[in-house]
Design a protein around this ligand. Structure first.
Ligand SMILES: *Cc1c(COP(=O)(O)O)cnc(C)c1O
Length: 387
């Protein structure tokens, strides 16, 4: 049977796939089954941080694969401990819990916030305030955290204990937190799935100050914004605040499933033995790959990300058919006059793979995409967006 037919018959209908079968790639280029080449401006939704089949990542992964692919969390293994050390040393956080995805990292963050609030404020402080238009995952609890009603409708009842307040409206968020006896506030510094919308600096710093004063935890979902994506190691660093808990996933594993919850001073001892766990979490192969990724997200790589970002803004802002460019680093949302889906289709025909987020064309290229390839992709996007 032809592959597209086979997929349609046997894969659950949850994905509206593009009519393209990709077979292999290298760096920021990927090929389909007919040998057509594409420039990859989506990196698997910000996952392949250093591109496809990256040499150093592949070496780290295959070396670990030949030594020990899994042993369960009943025993010590080296890659996860080294990765946790590096994550803590570079963020000021104190401890790490490893899991396998963004939603799972957020579940760990939410569980910890609930336990902390019960221990420090009382069990009635279980509510968490999240922002309207946020996205935190697709489990029953992270859907409840997600501030977009259309994700909720078909899956009631969701986990109780979440209230949504408008982003960038500090007074309303404070009121929602106090009125509902919230124990924590959870944000994405840039709403990714929501349309690549960065939060305002005054809002984030004001929120961090409010949380500190009232004894609420500040939870930052860095699943999409983390690991160099925004030109800082984590997006909160662009705002000058220190979260109490951070969740991350997507880019950290370089293409293998890995999520992490980072606990700060207040919460490092909140979870005790038996409170939480994951069979696959901290898998040595995923962590060895992640170490090779994180090791290379250094100051010079981050400066390159910012330089490429400036180039994107320069080239796209004010161009014909382009209404607005928003985002940070290599996490960019482009509002086009034409529907984003039409721009995507035209780009695909011309050999450039982009993403959408709400009504925007979303660009999440590999952090190390060569400048020349990036410029080539932008020329195609500009042409596709022209009215
Ligand atoms: C993608 C994403 C998630 C969910 O991650 P999964 O790995 O798909 O579970 C959660 N939060 C944010 C901000 C995301 O972008």
């Amino acid at each position: 049977m032809e592959l597209k037919q086979l997929d349609k018959q046997y894969i659950a209908n949850t994905y509206a796939r593009f009519p393209v079968e990709l077979t292999h790639g290298k760096g920021s280029q990927v090929w389909d089954e007919q040998g057509k080449a594409y420039i990859d401006m989506g990196s698997g939704i910000g996952v392949t941080a250093f591109g496809i089949a990256d040499d150093a990542w592949q070496k780290a992964v295959t070396e670990q694969l030949g030594k020990l692919q899994h042993m369960s969390n009943l025993y010590y293994t080296e890659p996860c401990a080294l990765l946790a050390q590096q994550l803590c040393e570079r963020t000021g956080m104190k401890k790490v819990f490893f899991c396998n995805s963004g939603a799972e990292a957020n579940e760990g963050m939410i569980k910890t916030a609930r336990k902390y609030a019960a221990e420090h404020k009382g069990s009635e402080y279980s509510t968490i305030v999240t922002l309207v238009n946020s996205f935190h995952g697709r489990t029953i609890t992270t859907l409840a955290a997600t501030g977009q009603a259309h994700y909720h409708e078909l899956f009631q009842p969701l986990t109780p204990g979440f209230v949504h307040a408008p982003a960038n409206d500090l007074e309303t968020v404070k009121k929602a937190a106090l009125d509902n006896k919230a124990g924590a506030v959870m944000i994405e510094c840039i709403q990714g799935e929501g349309g690549v919308i960065p939060l305002k600096k005054e809002f984030v710093t004001g929120l961090a100050a409010f949380c500190a004063e009232e004894g609420l935890l500040l939870l930052v979902d860095e699943v999409q914004t983390g690991n160099g994506r925004t030109g800082a190691l984590y997006a909160y660093m662009n705002y000058g605040v220190q979260p109490d808990i951070i969740s991350t996933a997507k880019g950290i594993g370089g293409g293998l499933p890995l999520g992490a919850v980072l606990f700060g001073e207040k919460t490092e001892f909140t979870l005790g033995a038996g409170d939480h766990g994951s069979t696959f979490g901290g898998n040595p192969v995923c962590c060895a790959g992640a170490l090779s990724i994180l090791n290379r997200i250094d100051d010079s790589l981050l400066a390159e990300v910012r330089e490429k970002s400036e180039m994107i803004f320069r080239k796209l802002q004010g161009a014909p058919g382009i209404e607005d460019v928003a985002g940070m680093g290599l996490m960019i949302g482009v509002k086009t006059v034409k529907p984003a889906a039409d721009v995507l289709k035209a780009c695909m025909e011309k050999g450039v793979l982009c993403l959408t987020a709400k009504d925007r064309v979303r660009l999440l290229p590999a952090l190390n995409i060569p400048m020349a390839l990036l410029e080539q992709a932008l020329d195609v996007i500009l042409e596709a967006a022209k009215p």
